[in-house]
Write a protein that binds this ligand. Structure first.
Ligand code: GFP
Ligand code: GFP
Length: 834
């Protein structure tokens, strides 16, 4: 219970609340103060890391002040003027990257901090480099969550994120002998200044045990879950500053801790070791982020993570709601909860359990509240990614939740039966329970049934989910439940922070930095696209960014590349559906072609640097072979003196958010070449184009909407269309279609040992041999090569290319995450800005 400060002491509180200044002197003072107190160091034993830490603590102080202001004065219920409806974004991944530069830019404090640190003998760029990425995510889904938090804060929405504080983030990737090795990412080695431990906020999370029935005073049958194990969830808050506003929102990350009380049974029986063991087991729950991208693992520990997180988050939300004494029926008017993928779907039975078992509501009322509260975002249609939990495992870990899921299913199927009598097949197709051996729970179906809105992440993807995985639900629930929310990215990090020179140039041209909060203003650049002087300024910055990447490549791989070459980039998780394999096969084709050319022909060639980056899931054998192949091809090509700068192949190790910030601004072209219909959206495509790059891509995900905005002179689209894919697969499979001859020739080069021991790559080659090729590389290879030639041709015309580059940036207004978040706020969450 928080008490108001009595009026006598209020004066004292006010007197001693002296806000710190934002001038250089005050900033330098606070850095020195943190050096000598927080770090207990002195100028005599300082280094860049210490400088970073002290500066970070100084910035953190400012964020906390804004955080308090936002949470307590603006939204905090007891001080407040308003008690607005809030949105809670539940995401098992938040790929935040570094915080310091972001915070400085958000608060407009980069300049005084640069000066203050300079006076103390540091270079701010060096200090920023000392920060370790917060890498609590795999790829697109986690980075999307981070962009959305940035927009929610910037647009002044009352929002919170809830996640898990993994002790180990996504592994660090080392390349040894061309192969990926994984190193654990123990990112909390040093103190993390960007989180506020709130050890007082802790929630008990039950597991296992059994359910008993009893009659309440009204003679109603009620259920009581008696847990077999209880783990403590402790809160760590990470402030998320809005850009050019003091609004600072929060992500609450939960960490598992042993319960405060020892298990008395063990203690009394004198089994001290056993008691300690159990305590340690509790800490395991949040120790590691599962490194599987688009692949479901049926491990009990993963299920435990999900429930642990959902239970703690929901109880925190419910506690906050209960402070106002509103009736339960108003819960959905105060609270919107977004399920980021199916990972948090256990929140559905958990809310039902609280409302029915603990609060004594009738089932129907509880269900009504539940469905009005939740929204669900689907991010993939890949079957191997769709979560299904085995019924026996659920029953063991969460016996009451399983009962509730069965009841939800029963009532749902009853309503379906009423509307569609005698349609047994329909009942089986929409059932939450899959009649597999053992039975399993289809989490996506549960999420669809329990949410008032279900959305995909790009127009094509939202259509595909309606046509395929959720098609029967259109019939049963009606089309209105389904909607599209095309993804977006924050221009603050992906333009202003990653590409400061370009951001400054744009501001100079447009007269202000307003475009960073209203991205469609970029359109104002279009009229200069043809202006020779502006083109020069624009391309000079591109060149500078390419030099910056050239240095990073040299430093991380030892490879020297020429910044005048065309930089062709594909960075993302390594996955068969994303077809990095096709890219490297295309590179081999290019190499073979170059080798056959005479000197005169080579003169006409556009030199190209093909850049890859991305992690493969540790158990994903084929994806890891793709990495090996890229490195083997690079080894051969890069050392071929005869070819020189005409072609270079680079694999940048340990791709992460901060590396992306260097890579993306340096692109001339980026590749987004998934088999049509497999990449739900993609978001890096948006980042590359925003930074003045063209796209080489398939007619998939958000590529299509980018094409609609930037026009076909700025994008090279190729390949099969999604509506053809199924037929093509069938044909490939059963008709013995011969492999594309150019592809055949490339495979031959691998098999004859041009790139080292061929047997290593056999399993990879087998994935595309006749009768297989699920991702249709052979089908698309011809048009892929043609598009690559078109790219070369276009790049030769420097002036036209500069114009295209400017138009790319100018036309990206739609892809701001601000636009996406406003759509969610209006159509799904029904929340207002504060
Ligand atoms: C409470 C108070 C807030 C305070 C936070 C700190 O919020 O003013 O900033 O605790 O955790 F109301 P709730 O989490 O209870 O909303
Ligand atoms: C998934 C999808 C992407 C999509 C993101 C964000 O990404 O197409 O852009 O979610 O919606 F596959 P990953 O988490 O799998 O990278």
């Amino acid at each position: 219970e928080l008490a108001q400060v009595p009026s006598e002491q209020k004066a004292a509180w006010e007197k001693y609340t002296v806000p710190e200044g934002n001038d250089v002197d005050s900033i330098a003072r606070s850095i020195v103060h943190h050096t000598t107190t927080t770090l207990a160091r002195t100028p005599y034993n300082m280094d860049d890391f210490g400088g970073y830490q002290a500066t970070a603590h100084s910035v953190r102080d400012k964020l906390i002040q804004d955080w308090n202001e936002t949470q307590q004065v603006r939204y905090g219920w007891y001080h407040t003027i308003k008690d607005p409806k809030r949105v809670y974004y539940l995401s098992l991944e938040f790929l935040l990257g570094r915080a310091m530069d972001n915070a400085l830019l958000a608060r407009g404090l980069k300049e005084p901090y640069t000066e203050a640190t300079k006076q103390l003998g540091f270079k701010i760029e060096d200090l920023l480099e000392e920060e370790r990425d917060a890498a609590l995510g795999n790829g697109g889904l986690g980075r999307l969550a981070a962009c959305y938090m940035d927009s929610l804060a910037t647009l002044d929405y009352p929002a919170w994120g809830y996640g898990l504080r993994y002790t180990y983030g996504i592994f660090q990737q080392k390349i040894v002998d061309g192969y990926q090795n994984e190193v654990p990412d123990y990112w909390l080695t040093y103190d993390n200044p960007w989180e506020l431990p709130r050890l007082d906020i802790s929630i008990e999370v039950p597991f296992y045990g059994h359910v008993s029935k009893y009659s309440d005073e009204n003679g109603r049958t009620r259920h009581k879950w008696e847990a077999g194990e209880i783990v403590q969830a402790v809160a760590y808050d990470v402030p998320i500053p809005g850009f050019d506003t003091n609004n600072t929102i929060n992500i609450r990350f939960w960490s598992s801790k042993p319960r405060k009380e020892f298990d008395l049974a063990y203690f009394n029986s004198g089994d001290y070791n056993r008691a300690v063991e159990d305590q340690k087991k509790a800490e395991n729950i949040t120790s590691v982020l599962y490194p599987n991208d688009n692949h479901m693992v049926g491990k009990e520990l993963r299920l435990k993570q999900q429930y642990f997180w959902v239970c703690a988050s929901l109880h925190d939300i419910l506690r906050r709601f209960k402070k106002t004494d509103r009736p339960w029926s108003e819960f959905p008017d105060q609270v919107a909860i977004q399920l980021n993928d199916t990972h948090p779907t256990l929140a559905v039975p958990e809310l039902m359990r609280v409302l029915v078992d603990l609060e004594g509501l009738e089932w129907d009322e509880a269900w009504n509240i539940t469905t009005r509260t939740f929204g669900f975002t689907n991010h993939t249609v890949l079957p191997e990614a769709l979560e299904k939990w085995s019924v026996p495992m659920l029953e063991h870990l969460l016996p009451r939740h399983l009962q509730i899921i069965f009841d939800i299913n029963l009532y749902f199927l009853q309503t379906v039966e009423k509307s569609f009598p005698n349609d047994r097949d329909l009942l089986a197709t929409v059932s939450i329970i899959e009649e597999s051996q053992p039975q399993s729970v289809r989490m996506a179906f549960l999420a669809v049934i329990a949410s008032h809105k279900v959305n995909g992440v790009a127009a094509l993807h939202s259509q595909i989910i309606k046509d395929t995985i959720f098609a029967p639900f259109i019939k049963v629930l009606g089309p209105d439940r389904f909607t599209n929310k095309t993804n977006g990215i924050t221009p603050r990090r992906w333009l202003h922070q990653a590409n400061p020179d370009l951001s400054n140039l744009i501001a100079k041209k447009l007269g202000s930095f307003k475009f960073l909060k209203e991205l469609s203003l970029l359109d104002g650049l279009s009229k200069y696209a043809n202006d020779a002087a502006f083109q020069k300024e624009w391309m000079d910055i591109k060149y500078k960014n390419k030099v910056r990447l050239t240095n990073l490549i040299k430093e991380r791989t030892g490879i020297e590349v020429n910044p005048n070459a065309l930089f062709d980039i594909q960075v993302k998780r390594i996955h068969e559906y994303k077809r990095q394999f096709m890219n490297i096969l295309g590179v081999i084709h290019r190499y073979a072609k170059l080798k056959k050319m005479n000197a005169a022909q080579r003169k006409e060639v556009v030199p190209r640097v093909v850049i890859f980056g991305g992690k493969a899931a540790p158990g994903y054998y084929i994806a890891k072979l793709v990495i090996k192949l890229i490195n083997s091809v690079g080894e051969k090509v890069n050392n071929d003196k005869d070819i020189g700068d005409l072609l270079k192949v680079v694999f940048i190790p340990d791709y992460n958010v901060s590396v992306a910030e260097v890579i993306i601004p340096a692109n001339d072209i980026s590749q987004h070449i998934s088999t049509a219909g497999t990449e739900a959206s993609g978001t890096s495509n948006m980042k590359f184009v925003l930074n003045g790059g063209l796209i080489l891509g398939t007619v998939d995900g958000a590529n299509i909407e980018i094409y609609e905005e930037i026009g076909d002179d700025q994008i090279f689209l190729f390949g099969a269309r999604s509506e053809q894919v199924e037929d093509l697969r069938h044909v490939q499979r059963y008709r013995n279609v011969p492999m594309n001859p150019e592809l055949q020739a490339v495979i031959h080069l691998i098999e004859n040992g041009t790139f080292g021991e061929p047997h290593i790559f056999q399993p990879l080659i087998n994935t595309i041999t006749v009768g297989k090729d699920y991702y249709l590389i052979s089908v698309d290879f011809g048009s892929y090569l043609e598009s690559n030639d078109l790219v070369d041709e276009a790049f030769k015309d420097k002036k036209a290319w500069a114009q295209k580059s400017i138009l790319c940036t100018a036309r990206m207004g739609k892809f701001s995450s601000d636009r996406a978040i406003k759509e969610y706020a209006e159509d799904i969450w029904n929340i207002d800005v504060s």
